[in-house]
Design a protein around this ligand. Structure first.
Ligand code: S3P
Length: 435
């Protein structure tokens, strides 16, 4: 397994050139393993991301009695589905590491399946809010205890069967939507979630691939409980959230030209492309196609002069994981970039408004933070030393920032990159980053 050094020193300057394929989409990989585990039959997953987060999901399902084979050097996973009622009670605490998607979706599944378990994770995960999932699941009849701060460990009890609910979701969160829908699969009656803004819809798309009827009407997603999942064959597209580091890197480094192959471009994820295009980026979508119900394209990105923009609040959920690297783009743009309505950034693997503001300010960039956003004035980045705060996307963002810095970037706590992108340093070096 690839490991990444705890401290990365990235030399300043350079251009990015070449063709690369980043690893599989994290959201889709988690769901493929989970749904494969709940299905009847053997699910084959190609190009699954084998980062630490998805491995946490795989480890949890193995602890729940599901056999998962890793073949062909990890390029093929074979999940021996236990069926909706076939999971066993784990004998130990389930440790989901750094992974919010694992703990939140699994809580929905376990509450639905009536499996008693304790779920926990690392220091970052144990600071993240869980009431957003435990509250609607409790309304469905689940019994789940949290710390008094609403954080993990979560203790799920094997209580009475759940019943479907009508859930008007207050936060635009795909993890919350998915946790409730997955619990709804086991519940009596119908479960409906209404989202305040579009969020990633991989759960809805993939459940259909597993033979489940999911009704989507505008912001409302509904499904009937008691439906069975049938094993499927899934090919995971490359992760746009990982590609984003190279898309921004190529955009900010004049003379760059990269081709990112086979990238997932589901419209609920492409806010990063909309934002960068409005900033003046040169991104071509080539060879657009459908792979197993998910839109995919090759992306050619060339260096361009970026300008600051006001990011429309409606685009925030569509780019929610890309703000750390978008803030680097903003720091390299001409003028001011503003985002508001993005308070969810404070609840990610780190408080991404605070951690990016601290690092960019240390690199000499003028900025102002708000509870729900940030204003960044483009300028000259200086070399500096930054902390990842246990957040993979913060570490990768500052590595890419070195392309436009006047001195080296030193990133402490970089090993966390392996949660989502274990081959980041190797790929970045191959296309020209000074690592
Ligand atoms: C994810 C949903 C998003 C995203 C996270 C992955 C998912 O979180 O930030 O990295 O796979 O459903 P929220 O549901 O909290 O918005």
């Amino acid at each position: 397994m690839t490991t990444i050094e705890e401290t990365l020193v990235v030399h300043p300057g350079g251009t990015l050139r070449g063709t690369l394929r980043v690893p599989g989409d994290k959201s889709i990989s988690h769901r493929a393993v989970m749904f494969g585990a709940l299905a009847e039959g053997i699910t084959e997953i190609r190009d699954c991301l084998l980062g630490e987060d998805v491995r946490a999901t795989m480890g949890a399902f193995r602890a729940l009695g599901v056999q998962i084979e890793e073949l062909d050097g990890g390029r093929l996973l074979r999940v021996h589905g236990a069926g909706a009622r076939g999971l066993s009670t784990p004998t130990d605490v389930l440790d989901l590491g750094n992974s919010g998607t694992s703990i939140r979706l699994l809580t929905g599944i376990l509450a639905g399946a009536g499996i008693a378990a304790t779920l926990t994770g690392d220091g970052s995960l144990r600071r993240r809010p869980m009431q957003r999932v435990t509250a609607p699941l409790t309304c469905m009849g689940a019994q789940i205890a949290t710390e008094s701060s609403g954080t993990p460990p979560l203790v799920v009890s094997a209580g009475a069967p759940l019943h479907g609910i009508e859930f008007p979701m207050q936060i635009a969160s795909a993890q919350v939507k998915s946790a409730v829908l997955l619990a709804g699969l086991f519940a009596a009656g119908r479960t409906c979630v209404e989202e305040p803004a579009p969020t990633r819809d991989h759960t809805e798309r993939m459940l259909r691939g597993f033979g489940v009827t999911v009704d989507v009407a505008g912001p409302r997603v509904c499904l009937d409980g008691g439906q069975r999942l049938r094993a499927a064959s899934i090919t995971v597209p490359a992760d746009l959230s990982s590609a984003a580091f190279f898309i921004v890197g190529a955009s900010i480094a004049a003379g760059s030209d990269v081709l990112l192959e086979n990238v997932g471009v589901n419209p609920t994820r492409t806010g990063v492309l909309l934002i960068l295009e409005r900033m003046g980026a040169n991104i071509e979508r080539l060879n657009e196609r459908d792979v197993g119900g998910e839109p995919v394209a090759d992306l050619r990105v060339r260096g361009a002069a970026l300008r600051g923009i006001d990011i429309p609040p409606a685009w925030v959920p569509l780019a929610i994981d890309e703000f750390p690297i978008l803030f680097v783009a903003a720091a390299c743009a001409d003028g001011v970039t503003r985002v508001r309505g993005a308070d969810e950034l404070r609840h990610k693997e780190s408080d991404r408004i605070a951690t990016m503001a601290t690092g960019l300010a240390a690199a000499g960039i003028e900025l102002e933070t708000f509870e729900d956003g940030i204003e960044i004035r483009g300028g000259q980045l200086q070399g500096t030393s930054v902390e990842s705060h246990g957040d993979h996307r913060i570490a990768m963002s500052f590595a890419i920032a070195a392309l436009r810095a006047a001195g080296s970037m030193r990133i402490n706590g970089a090993a966390t990159i392996a949660t989502s992108f274990p081959t980041f340093t190797a790929l970045a070096r191959a296309v020209g980053l000074g690592l």
